[in-house]
Design a protein around this ligand. Sequence first.
Ligand SMILES: Nc1ncnc2c1ncn2[C@@H]1O[C@H](COP(=O)(O)OP(=O)(O)O)[C@@H](O)[C@H]1O
Ligand SMILES: [Mg+2]
Length: 228
Amino acid sequence: MKKKTDSICRAVDIAKTYWLGKVAVEALRGVSLDIERNDYVSIMGASGSGKSTLVHILSCLDTPTSGKYYLENTLVSKYSDEELAKIRNKFFGFIFQSFSLLPRLSALDNVALPLIYRNVSKHERIAKAKEIIDSVGLADRMYHRPNELSGGECQRVAIARALVNDPKVIYADEPTGNLDSKTGAEIMEIFDRLVDEGNTVVMVTHDMNVAAHARRTVKLRDGQIIDD
Ligand SMILES: Nc1ncnc2c1ncn2[C@@H]1O[C@H](COP(=O)(O)OP(=O)(O)O)[C@@H](O)[C@H]1O
Ligand SMILES: [Mg+2]
């Protein structure tokens, strides 16, 4: 029997190969990694080193070619896409460099959206979304649409949306990549606070200043961890 641990996410010897016609791209080559409760991890490495691929597998957006992946001691690497979609909603919040908000919805409705898939009543959805929008400092912007918000404000909306399901892990891929350094620093303050409050954050970045916020830095090179 596998030893029980306090890790939320456990990757064991993960490999991921993409096929471009007959050409194999080995994006990950034997990566093992544990994410523990309340961890604050940055994943660094040159462009093409496998950072996004790793985060996609850790957050169940994709499955490994080989190796094992456990969520809270349950082996999920062989789950179907449907099963993984359910897990994703329950376990993870996502924040992307490009914000990925729906342009026709207000900030409030963007944040409330993930709750629709959980059969939460409209009244509760709005109440919860308002509370979280308030917590990221956007109470006075909640009826604005994304094109009426600055980049930093859009990223706050995206953070609020990621939080609305009380995720066990928040995954962020280059969360400050489209922001100027002052706005990026404000976003990092929010991440710092979330970790102080007990959340678990894993972020991809190639900005040393951003990575310095994390308690732990995982360095990737050519699909392998070279430092943790
Ligand atoms: N969908 C894909 N199809 C084919 N190759 C891919 C795909 N996604 C990523 N790759 C390749 O896998 C390697 C790692 O990519 P990626 O994980 O995006 O790196 P990073 O996020 O560190 O820039 C790169 O060589 C990239 O070109
Ligand atoms: Mg990437």
